[in-house]
Design a protein around this ligand. Sequence first.
Ligand code: PGA
Length: 300
Amino acid sequence: MHITIRQLQVFEAVARQLSYTRAAEELHLTQPAVSMQVKQLESSVGLSLFEQLGKRVFMTQAGETMLRHAQTIMRHLATAREEMDELKGVDSGRLRIAVASTVNYFATRLLATFARLHPSVQITLDVTNRETLLQKLEDNQPDVVLMGKPPKDLDLDADAFMDNPLIMIARPDHPLSKHRSIALKELNEETFAVRESGSGTRIAMERFFDQKSFAPSATIEMTGNETIKQSVDAGLGLAIVSVHTVELELALERLIRLDIRGMPIMRRWYVGHRRGKRLSPTAQAFRQFVLDEGTRQAVA
Ligand code: PGA
């Protein structure tokens, strides 16, 4: 058998996702490239690893057996990489960081400072919403993540490092812009631009509306904070976002913060990693740096 690690990596992604398309997206490959790697692996082992019924992909018994071995090999490789990084010390090696899209607004600032302190570290930054981030953690892809409160069922070592107040934004010419202590029921007729499902901001907003028994008359769902901000600026309606995403617009008075009773919704940012994961000295240094910066900014 002539099997390459790349083939195993691609096979493992297809087996986990049970989809060639999703595996291709995850690996930043084309779908034909993914099928080709799987075909080559199948021809090396002399058995089919998947079968396709209609549009759905299923694993064969050989596929399931192969997956067990592929996962063991990938785990060993990850441990080997972590041990090598450990031997290299803080100022070298790789650092894979994944952040929730909302955290990105200040994560890039943190990273810029960290990169200046450790110029030889190769940093990769992956920005996704909360749900995708949790999936990546399950798959042990990032070394360190920055995100909203992690779910209890995830085996994560996580510490809060900064407050994340969620506020309601509007255009400066909104009729309620000068009002104080506005009750949600006064917003019954408003349209809300809301984040895609899977976003932590969206979950927090829904929880807040539920607690207050409030249901907006119209919502328009959109992906990402930038689209939300642009829509509010264009006069589509109101939105709830993290204050970190609109610092510039608030300073320029391009958008304003409505004084809503019960708001801001107080959340916190966490820095975390999989419990039991061997953190390289670089990853440990980054984790500590984030915690220190969080404390410094809170005090400042
Ligand atoms: P998100 O932010 O809305 O970009 O997913 C993460 C979070 O608030 O948990």
